[in-house]
Ligand binder design. Structure first.
Ligand SMILES: *[C@@H]1O[C@H](CO)[C@@H](O)[C@H](O)[C@H]1NC(C)=O
Ligand SMILES: [Cu+2]
Length: 168
């Protein structure tokens, strides 16, 4: 049955699409993590989702990465006792939606060198629970289409549900 082949392909796509779409963002691209770079301009227009990763790349010992809150971002102050990331290839998985703030804690790089970045993380792509409107996800669109009703639709729903259990 031709329609079931399509169904299988769509099911596989529904399972693997979110991981294919997961992106690793190298902060500052080729410039990396350094002083006097406009990270807000860099972040502008990019869409960060749960499941994506931020990579802070810099020569070790010249900089570091501290996760802070909005106040810490404004004042270039990290809470005492938190551990800085220091290996120069620091990969931070974005595990929850919302605003995130990172600064460099070396000397006055944050205050004087503008070494700070804030991003807004959106819910996971293709996630049935995380999406603001389920009708906008590719999976639901496929399930709702008239070509894929009945048995095929149920398989997609079941597999999407199973995938959800592993992710949550
Ligand atoms: C931000 O973190 C500091 C600790 O560094 C804490 O005192 C402050 O209450 C936090 N602010 C918010 C808005 O969570
Ligand atoms: Cu620095």
């Amino acid at each position: 049955m031709a329609s079931c082949k399509i169904c299988i392909i769509i099911t596989i796509a529904a399972v693997f699409l979110p991981s294919i779409l997961a992106t690793e963002f190298v902060v500052g691209d080729e410039t990396g993590w350094t002083t006097n770079f406009d990270y807000q301009a860099w972040a502008q227009g990019k869409k960060f989702h749960v499941g994506d990763k931020l990579v802070f790349r810099y020569p070790p010992e010249t900089h570091n990465v501290l996760r802070v809150n909005g106040t810490g971002f404004q004042q270039c102050k990290a809470p005492t006792g938190i551990e800085a990331l220091t290996n120069g290839e620091d990969t931070i998985p974005l595990t929850s939606p919302g605003r995130k703030w990172y600064i460099c804690g070396v000397r006055n790089h944050c205050e004087s060198g503008n070494m700070k970045i804030t991003i807004n993380v959106l819910p996971e792509l293709g996630s049935p629970t995380g999406s603001p409107s389920p009708s906008q996800t590719p999976i639901s669109a496929a399930t709702g289409s008239s070509a894929l009703t009945g048995f095929c639709g149920w398989i997609i729903v079941a597999i999407t549900g199973i995938r959800g259990m592993f992710i949550v």
